[in-house]
Write a protein that binds this ligand. Sequence first.
Ligand code: NAG
Ligand code: NAG
Length: 202
Amino acid sequence: MHRWMLTWNLHRALSGLYLHAVFLFGSVHLACGDCTPEQLAAIVNCSKHERHTRNYDYMEGGDVRLRQLYSRTQWFLTIDDSGNIRGTQDPTNCYSILEIRTVSEKGVLAIKGIKSQRYISMNKKGQLQGKRIYNDNCNFKEFFLENYFNAYASVKWNTTKEMFITLSQKGRPLRGKKTRREQVASHFIPMKCKEDEDRQVE
Ligand SMILES: *[C@@H]1O[C@H](CO)[C@@H](O)[C@H](O)[C@H]1NC(C)=O
Ligand SMILES: *[C@@H]1O[C@H](CO)[C@@H](O)[C@H](O)[C@H]1NC(C)=O
């Protein structure tokens, strides 16, 4: 576990440097298939912010990728500094840049806003909130749907039915108990923002 942490720290330090270099030299070496230059700039801005504030002491290891979650209802999911979760239509909004980390091999992951440093968390009532401290309310299981979209259901609150992360047509999360896997509001595409291969350090 300790060794993993060291590797992980190095990995982070180098990716920070890399982003810093990109920022300084205006390089376009980020192999980012779907990103516009504005999105890249936003990501570099967000990542700079992240370098000064992140704290993973309570949670180490796991595969990490930077993504935006784009809903089938056409919103980018954001987590703001007060912990509100809602959609934006601005693809360069810093609060939409998310770090998705694998928590366990069964498709369980944690989703954190890079700018707000808050994890998406679901409470017992199925309400979504961004939380500073990671705990098992922040674990979501990723389902790959036949239509190329993904759905994210709370692992912890799954006693009577599954409750999903959603953004309605108005860009607001629905109460978990009203959510279903088949529902359009539950469907997201994780959009790549930066090639993770660039950050591999072994
Ligand atoms: C990046 O940050 C700078 C300074 O904080 C700001 O002026 C600029 O608009 C930001 N760019 C993006 C794309 O967010
Ligand atoms: C919820 O429980 C059901 C039945 O045990 C299981 O098949 C499903 O994978 C669980 N969902 C989540 C999100 O953990």
